[in-house]
Every structure is written in C-alpha cells, then in structure tokens.
Design a protein around this ligand. Structure first.
Ligand SMILES: [Zn+2]
Length: 63
C-alpha cells in the first residue's frame, strides 16, 4: 500500500496510470521506476515539485 511521503497518510487515491493523490495533504504523486515524484497543485493550477523535501529513501518504494 502506498503511503504519502509527506504526511505518511494511507489515504491515497489512484488518479491515473502511476498517478496518485493524497487526500490528507493534497499532493499529487507520480510513480516512475519505483520512485515517487511529488507535486503540489498551486492555486493557479500549476504544479510545483516537492521532491527536494524528501530523501531518496523516502521516495523509493519497494514493489
Ligand atoms: Zn499526504
């Protein structure tokens, strides 16, 4: 089960192929090659990366 790297919530919904959304802290996650890429949706609809906030270990998922 995927956990949000930001808030550790398991309230994560699938929104597309390899794309997930955290309903707890409202960030979008994209999974590519076992790594979670995190994005925050800004008020104007653009995406800003949150990847700098997390270490490589936190962003790696074991399949
Ligand atoms: Zn979250």
């Amino acid at each position: 089960m995927l956990k949000c790297p930001n808030c550790q919530s398991k309230d994560v919904g699938k929104i597309g192929v390899n794309q997930y959304y955290c309903w707890n802290c409202y960030i979008e996650m994209t999974i590519a090659k076992g790594v979670i890429y995190t994005h925050q949706v800004e008020e104007d609809g653009s995406l800003s990366s949150l990847d700098d906030l997390f270490g490589e270990e936190e962003r790696t998922i074991s399949m």
